[in-house]
Design a protein around this ligand. Structure first.
Ligand SMILES: C[S@@+](CC[C@H](N)C(=O)[O-])C[C@H]1O[C@@H](n2cnc3c(N)ncnc32)[C@H](O)[C@@H]1O
Length: 239
C-alpha cells in the first residue's frame, strides 16, 4: 500500500479510493493525514470499512457506488483503484468507469491503478488461449488460510470456472470455508467475472476516457515493466 501513498506524495488535495473494500488503504492514507473519500460498489464492504476506520480512530466520507455510475459531488486531486478495476462488469462499464474517474478529477489531477496482466505466471493459463480447457478446472491443492480477530479460521480456494479468449473474460469461483476449533461451521461459494486487459488496450481506454501522460511502472518499483517478468504493474495518468 506504500506504493499508492507514495504515488500521491507530491500532490495536495482530496483523494478518492475507488473500490476501497474494507478500507485497508484508506486507514493508512488517513493516518498519514490525507484528505480522503472512500467508495465501493458493495454495501457490505462499506459497512466493514466504517468499522475498520472507527477502530483505527480515523474517519472520512464513504459512498456505495459502482465506478461506472460514480457520481460524487466533489472534484479530486487524485483517484486510485487498488485491485478493483475490471471486476464484475462489462468492457463498456470499465470504459465508463475511466470516463467517470476522469470527470471527478480536477484538471491535472492524477489517476493511479494497479493491474495484473493476464495469466503471465502460468503456462497452463496460456494454453487455454489456444486450446479449449476443461472447465471448471479442478480445485487447486493450495488453500489460503486466515484467522479472523474472533479466532475463527477461514480457508480460501479459487478456481477458473469459465474463460472466453475472444471476449477476454474469465470467471473465477471462490470458495470460503469457515471453521472454529477445527470444526467446519459454514461454507460459501461465489462467481466473479474478471475482464482481462493487456497493457496497450488499457492505454487506449485511458486515452479514450480523456487521460494524458500515461506512465507505466513495475508495481513497487520506479522502473518500466519488463516483458516476461512483470505481472503486476502500476499505471498513472493525468486528467
Ligand atoms: C480485491 S478488493 C480490493 C479492496 C481494496 N482496494 C484493497 O486493496 O484492499 C476489490 C474491491 O473492489 C470493489 N469493486 C469491484 N468492482 C467495483 C466497481 N465496479 N466499482 C466500485 N467498486 C468495485 C469490490 O466490491 C471490492 O471491495
Amino acid at each position: 500500500m506504500q506504493t499508492f501513498i507514495d504515488a500521491f506524495s507530491d500532490i495536495d488535495g482530496p483523494i478518492l479510493d475507488l473500490g476501497c473494500g474494507t478500507g485497508r488503504l484508506l486507514v493508512e492514507f488517513l493516518k498519514a493525514r490525507r484528505d480522503m473519500v472512500g467508495c465501493d460498489a458493495a454495501n457490505d464492504m462499506i459497512e466493514w470499512a466504517e468499522k475498520v476506520l472507527a477502530e483505527a480512530d480515523v474517519a472520512c466520507p464513504l459512498y456505495v457506488q459502482a465506478a461506472h455510475q460514480l457520481d460524487i459531488d466533489q472534484s479530486f486531486a487524485g483517484v486510485y483503484m487498488c485491485g478493483a478495476f475490471g471486476l464484475g462488469g462489462s468492457r463498456q462499464q470499465d470504459l465508463e468507469s475511466l470516463r467517470r474517474v476522469h470527470g471527478h478529477l480536477r484538471e491535472g489531477g492524477r489517476f493511479v491503478m494497479d493491474h495484473y496482466l493476464p495469466n503471465l505466471e502460468s503456462p497452463k493459463g496460456w494454453e487455454a488461449w489456444i486450446t479449449k480447457p476443461e472447465l471448471p478446472r479442478s480445485w487447486p491443492k493450495h488453500v489460503e488460510r486466515k484467522v479472523a480477530r474472533d479466532g475463527s479460521e477461514f480457508e480460501l480456494r479459487t478456481r477458473q470456472h469459465d474463460f472466453d479468449p475472444l471476449r477476454q473474460t474469465t470467471t473465477l469461483e471462490i470458495e470460503v470455508t469457515k471453521s472454529r476449533d477445527g470444526e467446519e461451521i459454514g461454507q460459501e461459494r461465489g462467481l466473479i467475472d474478471i475482464g482481462l486487459y493487456f497493457l496497450s488496450e488499457l492505454e487506449l481506454m485511458l486515452a479514450s476516457a480523456g487521460f494524458s501522460d500515461v506512465q507505466v511502472t513495475s508495481f513497487g518499483e520506479p522502473t518500466a515493466p519488463e516483458p516476461w517478468v512483470d505481472r503486476r504493474i502500476l499505471i498513472q495518468a493525468v486528467a
